[in-house]
Design a protein around this ligand. Sequence first.
Ligand code: NDP
Length: 451
Amino acid sequence: MAATEYDYDLFTIGIGSGGVRASRVAAAHGARVAAAEEYRVGGTCVIRGCVPKKMLVYGAHFAEDLEDAKQFGWNIEGKSFDWVRLRDHVQSDIDRLEGLYGETLENHNVTVFRERAEITGDHEITLASGKVITAKYILVATGAKPHMPEFKGNEHTITSNEAFHLDAIPDRVLIAGGGYIANEFAGIFNEFGSKVTIANRSDVILRSYDPSLRDRLLQISLGKGIEFCFNVEFEWVEKQEDGTLLVKMTGHEPRVFDQVMIATGRSPNTEGLGLDKVGVELGKKGEIKVDAFSKTNVDYIYAVGDVTDRVQLTPVAIREGQAFADSTFGGVEPYAVDHSCIPSAVFSHPPIASVGLTEGEARNSLGSIKVFQSDFRPMKNVVAGRNERGLYKMIVDAANDKIVGIHMIAPEAPEIMQAAAVAVKAGLTKADFDDTVAIHPTMAEELVLLK
Ligand code: NDP
């Protein structure tokens, strides 16, 4: 069939970060584009992930700021926290953002179907309403969903999806998992006054991060009153008459909590999409297998973002969507997204930010390395009387002085890291950092003063 014999040049299934970018850019390149979304336009990041989470992180941090304000001369009498007001305010901003995403697509003449879509044959998609559509290319950008471990009573638990809509902040919350979501929500709930317990199957948190940062976060979290249970599995959860949850974890007596939140990773959303009907190959976790150009084993089907389980981060999905649209419709030589040296952050209290190799990874892959470290108490914490120290770590290849990793845990670390990551990505050396004059007094100046 020639392109015009299809209803559209591109049909995108899933309008999240990757799907929006790919659809909008493909349309801007002149393609006739339609897209389908069964939930809300914007996807996990905008609707129930990064964006509302960051708003809650800001809200939560006021607990410490208001406490510290005394030492800066401020008397704040009668302060109180209204969860429902914050929750509703966050949700109304999410509504606004969803509207903006819809408008962007509309302005680019992307036809949006607000219903589920399934691949039902070669180049063929069927919508939940029964409408059948054909497209020259199909892009699957359906993201991922919270992984729910099997145990009796897991239907009584929540995931991050529900955490944004709670009626009240729980007095006692148990969070399963030790990754991004567990640590971010532990910080949020703790600042809002919950007694937080994290329970992980292993004995580490944030496995992929440099151990020094993980240890520091663990120490600070313990100091804030967050409890950790390691090497545990959930046996059962029972809902009691008063609405509380009785939880049995291995090696522990049953304990009572008001909420149990599961944050044990996210699984690709590939079920019921009809991928099997056209022979799209999946990996062990159900992820869509793609090549460097986000192409599946079926010539006209592509996939970007979390559904491919490459790097589960919004900015990566956006880049993959852009590269797909440019390469397929932009008249340029197809290009692949560079997945190396991706900076990342955990919006815990305090946050972590990282780029490049950890000390262990660098030792294994390079052999001879130099490690520079600054363990400091930020000025604001000193004045506030807050005994919380920051830690910066720089890993340098001893052979050529190139910086191969920077790892930070301290207030504003993610804001500082974005600029530092440019330097690491560009292959700058320790000497380049040393040559740069410090901005004083800042926390960031530690990066150019490492000895
Ligand atoms: P993570 O992959 O960060 O952590 C998963 C945690 O759950 C780990 O502690 C892991 O244990 C444990 N776990 C994994 N599988 C199981 C299982 N079958 N049963 C019990 N425990 C299990 O996942 P999250 O859910 O926290 O986040 C999902 C993804 O979303 C992240 O990987 C990240 O890419 C993205 N994200 C990014 C954020 C950011 O950029 N700031 C914020 C939130 C999410 P173990 O210790 O053994 O590894």
